[in-house]
Design a protein around this ligand. Structure first.
Ligand SMILES: [Fe+2]
Length: 291
């Protein structure tokens, strides 16, 4: 019998877990099975007050999707040994250092998209900008019948980034990449591990519905976004230090309100799995805001 303290974050997805001993997550098969079951059924797991280093963070999230621990000396993020990746408004070379982020799943444009993504609170001053989540699996399951019938057989072109949807908000972060491919995927994507159907379009990365004229494509996407991002289905995570949030990057999308460079420190350590091959990784983008 595994005794974890659980709390549902929304009725549809997300579970908070307190009192977890990282050693149990790393070594106890019964705890691991329970965490894997929760991850697949709930999409987002929030661990509070967990003290872990980068490699432990990697091994825990790898375990959630059935991958074994890192090999000795293997980088959890595909960089030189000992390097970390921070989403931060203070660290040099921090990712997404400022601005608001529209909803997306990382690397939707790549077959090597992360299957699990995680952030860990390293340095968090209050009030810290939250990370906001929505379940694209729940969105598919609850789509109005007429919308599902209309969108179900269609495909979408995923790329980076569709900034026309940010035009009215000068805070939105624009990350400019120079070497990104696009990928066409079913609007109702079958999740490779759970078999669930995922509404696989996002505000930030879906460029168009394949096969529709531009105006019809955008109109249909906006209706899908209205359903995916309606307020009552969102979970907003308020960061504290020593929070680990791990989520299914195919089933769940994330976003955030504005982060200011001069605002409270917000440094989150980002670890993902599996690590994409070098050839699939974009170079570092340049950052600006839409305004
Ligand atoms: Fe992201």
């Amino acid at each position: 019998m595994v005794d974890l303290q659980l709390r549902e974050l929304t009725h549809a997805f997300g579970t908070e877990i307190t009192g977890l001993d990282p050693a149990a997550a790393l070594h106890d098969p019964a705890v691991q099975r329970e965490l894997q079951r929760l991850f697949d059924s709930r999409g987002v797991l929030v661990f509070r007050d967990i003290d872990i280093d980068q490699n432990q963070q990697a091994d825990i999230i790898r375990m959630l999707i059935g991958l074994g621990p890192l090999a000795p000396g293997e980088s959890p993020i595909g960089k030189a040994d000992g390097e970390s990746f921070y989403v931060s408004n203070k660290e040099a070379n921090g990712g997404a250092p400022f601005g608001r982020l529209l909803f997306h799943a990382d690397m939707m444009w790549s077959e090597h998209t992360f299957r699990v993504l995680s952030l860990y609170g390293i340095a968090v001053e209050q009030p810290a900008t939250p990370t906001i989540f929505t379940s694209a699996t729940h969105a598919w399951a609850t789509m109005p019948d007429d919308l599902r019938a209309e969108a179900g057989g269609l495909s979408a072109v995923q790329g980076h980034e569709e900034m026309s949807r940010a035009a009215e908000d000068p805070d939105v972060l624009v990350s400019t990449f120079h070497d990104l491919p696009t990928r066409t995927t079913p609007v109702g994507l079958t999740h490779p591990r759970t078999g669930d159907t995922v509404l696989y379009v996002s505000q930030q990365m879906t460029q168009a519905i394949d096969s529709l004229p531009a105006d019809e494509s955008e109109a249909l996407l906006l209706r899908l976004f209205d359903h995916l991002y309606r307020d009552e289905v969102l979970y907003s995570h308020d960061w504290r230090e020593h929070d680990l949030v791990a989520w299914d990057n195919i089933a769940v999308q994330h976003a955030r309100p504005n982060v200011a460079l001069e605002g409270p420190t917000r440094t989150l350590r980002k670890v993902f799995a599996p690590v994409p091959p070098k050839s699939a990784k974009p170079t570092r983008p340049t950052f600006a805001t839409a305004g």
